[in-house]
Ligand binder design. Structure first.
Ligand code: NAD
Length: 332
């Protein structure tokens, strides 16, 4: 029976980020997925899901106790149900078409996985279509809700670590698919950035989304260097912030942080060196719960979206600029 107090949810795509990442973990663990976060939050009810893969859909329905499953979004539209929230978790290449279809269901909010679509023009069309139908479009750049990242921004502003001198990032698996997470994070911390130099494209996973090394700077001239790894080796997403009072490194995408301070060098007199430092556990695990809490307040109290389609579009434009220069480099 549907609880009338709860926000109703349709999940489109029943793979990793929809739920599978949490299916092998303890139900008490902090959730990494949409279904896991809705369940743990308790103010949502996932009524239906969509996946063309019947086996995956059945497994998802069984694990997450979802009553209705559809092979295509069109079937959900024909069934005539309404949902407060639609989580879009299908493959990135399907987002544009899937978004156009779910908009017809007129939910209050679409919680869209990144990237919104594969092209700036298509993302612009989706933003306009959502606005025309009065649908809130929230994009899951997950670190938006990571408490350690939010504190870092405040600590940069107050100078807790001294002057910020430079930033390096290491990522792989596509400038749009994963690099956009990095650029979104940098955008949040620093504001707008200018591209100075772009490396060659590395086709390490997606044939249409290369990983690219790039030099950027923020509006104060802070140097930022993103380094392209290779997705066949291992998954990597790390950010190193070089401050005057030490170095802070976000590792494993935010699951862990390393803090290194500065001390006098006991061997070479008159020099100072970085300490070995220590690791602390990250708070990335709280991000999906933060995201669904934000959805609840955006719908019920009109809270301003922390990661709207427009904000995601700014980052996508930067990704597109980097990609186009990288592709031209390869041809030239
Ligand atoms: N925010 C994050 O940190 C994060 C992490 C992982 C993935 N993602 C994003 O989530 C999306 C899905 O990634 P994933 O790793 O879960 O993929 P996945 O391959 O594990 O799952 C995708 C599922 O969608 C199904 N599917 C395919 N076409 C569909 C369609 N048209 N409609 C409905 N379902 C369809 C597939 O059968 C599959 O079960 C991608 O856009 C990806 O970039 C985001």
């Amino acid at each position: 029976m549907m609880d009338k107090q709860k926000l109703t949810v349709l999940i489109v795509g029943c793979g990793n980020i929809a739920g599978r990442f949490d299916e092998q973990r303890s139900p008490e663990s902090l959730p990494y997925t949409h279904a896991g976060a809705y369940r743990q939050d308790g103010r949502f009810e996932v009524l239906a899901c969509v996946d063309p893969d019947a086996q995956r859909r059945q497994a998802f329905m069984q694990y997450w106790s979802v009553d209705q499953g559809f092979a295509a979004i069109e079937d959900a539209v024909s069934a005539g149900y309404a949902y407060d929230v639609i989580s879009l978790c299908s493959p990135s290449s399907a987002h544009f078409q899937d978004l156009q279809t779910v908009i017809r269901l007129k939910p209050k909010l679409i919680f869209c996985e990144k990237p919104v679509t594969y092209s700036v023009q298509d993302t612009e069309k989706i933003i306009a279509a959502c606005a025309a139908s009065n649908i809130l479009l929230l994009v899951n750049y997950t670190r938006t809700w990571d408490p350690a990242v939010i504190r870092l921004k405040a600590n940069i502003a107050t100078g807790l670590w001294g002057e910020l001198r430079a930033i390096t990032g290491l990522y792989n698996k596509g400038i749009l698919n994963n690099g956009s997470h990095m650029l979104d994070l940098l955008y949040f911390l620093l504001g707008s950035m200018t591209v100075l130099k772009v490396g060659r494209p590395v086709f390490d996973f997606f044939s249409d989304d290369p990983t690219v090394s790039v030099f950027l700077e923020d509006s104060h001239g802070l140097p930022i260097h993103l380094v392209a790894g290779h997705a066949e080796d291992y998954a990597v997403f790390e950010l190193q912030l070089v401050f005057s009072k030490g170095i802070l490194v976000m590792e494993e995408g935010g699951l862990s942080w390393r803090e290194r301070g500065v001390e006098d060098n006991a061997i070479i007199q008159g020099y100072r060196r970085l300490t070995e430092g220590h690791f602390r556990q990250g708070e990335y695990g709280q991000a999906m719960l933060g995201a669904v809490d934000h959805i609840y307040h955006a719908i019920n109290s009109g809270a301003k979206l922390l990661k709207s389609g427009e904000q995601a579009l700014k980052v996508q434009r930067l990704c597109e600029q980097i990609k186009q220069v990288a592709l031209a480099t390869e041809i030239g």
